[in-house]
Ligand binder design. Structure first.
Ligand SMILES: [Fe+2]
Length: 210
């Protein structure tokens, strides 16, 4: 289902739960008094949501429409001026990261064909595509619970410009840049639990904190 009240940044909205099941996200934007929605004002609204809503799924339902509204009002965020590192295959521009404030806001670019490790974030996260296409593969734990998890690839989801994806702290995924030019996305993450943020190697059955 489309998120409502976000006519100018109009893609599909999804969220992927802790079990790696991806589904349409239903969210509604509380009417905002000021337009356009500037980045500093967006951050205030995000903080209000985090202070009043404790459950991450509910937070994502409220935050995704807010991100869509920000992107609709802030075309500068889509400027293709972020170049991925040619060796690493990705580049990050921090837009906001204040000490002792549980929020990280970034733009992220991936080189064509680049792949991330299989990982979770240990925090809720939102990825909104601004340019290019990014394929997400969600990984699922095998029915026989094991440590480290015995992972199996599940569904894939390709994000195109205008699409937005919410991730739970436990959601395991990896991404691959599909487009022939660098991708660009707007990413926002909550407070990271570094004791629960893992990279996984399913071939060797190992996991390591990062
Ligand atoms: Fe990720």
């Amino acid at each position: 289902m489309m998120i409502q009240d976000s006519p100018a940044f109009g893609g599909q909205a999804y969220w992927a739960n802790a079990a790696g099941i991806c589904q349409p996200l239903v969210g509604q934007l509380t009417p905002l008094a000021n337009s356009p929605l500037r980045l500093y004002r967006f951050l205030t609204h995000v903080e209000d949501i985090l202070l009043t809503v404790q459950e991450d799924e509910q937070r994502l339902q409220l935050l995704c429409p807010l991100v869509q509204r920000l992107l609709a009002d802030s075309p500068w965020l889509a400027w293709p001026d972020l170049v991925p590192d040619p060796v690493l295959g990705w580049g990050v521009q921090t837009l906001y990261d204040e000490p002792f404030y549980p929020l990280t806001v970034q733009r992220v670019a991936w080189s064509p064909g680049a792949k991330s490790p299989i990982h979770n974030h240990g925090a809720w996260g939102i990825v909104a595509m601004l340019d290019g296409q990014e394929q997400n593969t969600f990984w699922q734990d095998s029915p026989a619970a094991a440590i480290p998890p015995q992972l199996e690839p599940g569904v894939t989801l390709t994000l195109s410009p205008g699409d937005i994806l919410g991730l739970m702290p436990e959601t395991i995924h990896h991404v691959e840049a599909l487009s022939p030019h660098p991708t660009l996305s707007f990413n926002i993450y909550g407070e990271t639990n570094y004791d629960q943020r893992w990279e996984f190697d399913p071939l060797n059955g190992t996991a390591s904190l990062f």
